[in-house]
Design a protein around this ligand. Structure first.
Ligand code: NAP
Length: 473
């Protein structure tokens, strides 16, 4: 139950620990190390000693380690799902889905390790470049500092460790304080998978202290951060010349055209809005439906939600459970209340039950209300209407964020206009914005961040291009 830091491939007793509680029932589930600045320093130091080891490791060995990681997770998939469900209150079925994706992420990382991109550059395209052979190499930038959020404690860690190890970088990982158990479990798996000791280090503790120590340390070459815009912007401001990838929040929108069949999409929309209590960076938060379809959509969403099973995350039937913390629950409730006070109508939900907020659908919402323009990151979706396609696109773009958007239409012209004009990192035509598979380029614009994940793309962010030029003369 008492966890240790993972530094230099050893489990190190920390000088300070703090209790970790289940978000669902408040039961104590573990004691977690609170790393000191000295312990973070030791983790960076051991990662630094492994820079050469990792850089010189042949691609097939890096690929084999990542393959082993995928295999070991698959062998322990139920235990992984239970860890996620317990520490994050993620319904176990959803947690199993996350584990399946984590396995795929490491498999993609293993494949990418074998084919780091290289390019032959035709130097004689420029006068003076004759008689030269030139090519690029991708070299690890290292050390990678990986800072991860609570909502996908295994797969979002995989999106950082996978590409880092695939491209020969040592890593210091700092997972979210609420979800450290997944990270420590994965550290053990990397150890068993044959990763050199010290190439991966895991430190836990308060983001504002140890996160800061990582972000400002001169030995770190790359910061890969997934989390809230406030923290991300702070990191960018302190990072100096380090490479920084920021995968931040959003208030993702979906447009539903007048010609589409509501029955065919309503289950998926509800899933996109309420899976893991809406605590997903691409969860459906804003639905813009053609005026003629609004009543039908609301009625069917309400009917679907009546069947949703709410309760214990470890119960197989549960679809929606507790929010990650009391303060987050209170924040989301206050945003709902603010909207209602300003004229919004609750179609369904709005109430709390213990640590749970019932799935909430709102209409008559103004775009200035927090439930529309902020990132709710809770089980709340707003439904608004449009008459004209351009108006729908403008409504989606009227946001500080831009991660992904969904568009349901059978009109080709509308689909192409949306794909060109929506200000987001990814447009899903005839699907919800919540769609993601783990090798696709993924990331946002505006306050949703900079840089891309999806193993191949993350590798670009974690490596430097070196040019080699042979003079034949
Ligand atoms: P968060 O509060 O920003 O925390 C993310 C991580 O940053 C945690 O490990 C946190 O540590 C650490 N941290 C906090 N303060 C720090 C500082 N000053 N310096 C360095 N690190 C610091 O986010 P969260 O609540 O865990 O996650 C929710 C957010 O993540 C939402 O905005 C969501 O949209 C976003 N998200 C984005 C994506 C994407 O791919 N775009 C995916 C998932 C989630 P502590 O836990 O110790 O505070």
């Amino acid at each position: 139950m008492r966890k240790k830091l993972f530094i230099g491939g050893e489990w190190v007793e920390a000088s300070h620990v703090q209790d970790l509680y289940s978000p669902f029932d408040g039961q104590k589930i573990a004691e977690i190390p609170l790393a000191t600045i000295q312990e973070v320093d030791a983790a960076i130091d051991t990662a630094k000693k492994n820079k050469k080891v990792m850089k010189k490791m042949p691609a097939h060995e890096r690929a084999d380690i990542l393959d082993n990681v995928a295999r070991l997770i698959a062998q322990n998939r139920e235990e992984c799902a239970r860890i996620i469900a317990t520490e994050a209150a993620k319904p176990i079925q959803t947690a199993r889905g996350e584990v399946a994706r984590t396995i795929m992420t490491y498999k993609f990382a293993s494949e990418e390790a074998r084919r780091l991109p290289t390019e032959v550059v035709n130097m004689d395209a420029a006068p003076g470049g004759e008689n030269r052979t030139s090519y690029t190499r991708r070299e690890p930038t290292g050390i990678v500092a990986a800072i991860t959020p609570f909502n996908f404690p295994m797969n979002l860690v995989a999106h950082k460790l996978g590409p880092a190890i695939a491209s020969g970088n040592p890593v210091v990982l700092k997972p979210a304080s609420q979800t450290p158990l997944s990270a420590y479990f994965i550290a053990d798996i990397f150890d068993k998978a044959g990763l050199p000791k010290g190439a991966l280090n895991v430190v836990t503790g308060k983001g504002s202290t140890i996160g800061d120590a990582l972000v400002t340390d001169e030995r770190i070459g790359v910061i890969t951060f997934t989390g809230s815009p406030e923290v991300g912007i702070g990191i960018r401001n302190k990072a100096g010349l380090k490479k920084v990838t920021l995968e931040l929040g959003s208030n993702s929108a979906v447009i539903i055209d007048k010609d589409v069949d509501i029955d065919g999409m309503v289950e998926r929309l509800v899933q996109g809005a309420f899976a893991f209590q809406g605590q997903v960076c691409i969860s459906v938060q804003r639905i813009y439906v053609h005026e003629s379809k609004k009543r039908e959509l609301l009625k069917k969403m309400k009917e679907t939600l009546k069947k949703w099973v709410i309760g214990d995350p470890l119960d197989d039937a549960t679809q929606l459970s507790a929010l990650i913390s009391e303060s987050e629950k209170n924040r989301v409730l206050s945003w709902i209340q603010e909207a209602v006070d300003q004229g919004a109508r609750i179609v369904t939900g709005g109430e709390e039950e213990g640590m749970i907020i019932k799935p909430t659908v709102l209409e008559n919402v103004d775009s200035s209300m927090k439930v529309s323009c902020g990132e709710v990151f809770g089980p709340v979706v707003i439904v608004d209407t449009f008459d004209d396609w351009q108006q729908a696109i403008d409504l989606v773009n009227d946001s500080d964020y831009g991660l992904q958007a969904g568009v349901y239409t059978n009109n080709m012209k509308h689909a192409f206009t949306a794909s060109e004009e929506l200000e987001v990192g990814g447009v899903m035509i005839n699907d919800f914005p919540t769609f993601r598979v783990d090798h696709m380029p993924y990331g946002g614009v505006k306050q949703s961040g900079t840089g891309r994940e999806g193993i191949k793309y993350a590798i670009e962010e974690m490596t430097e291009i070196k040019l080699v030029c042979f003079n034949h003369n």
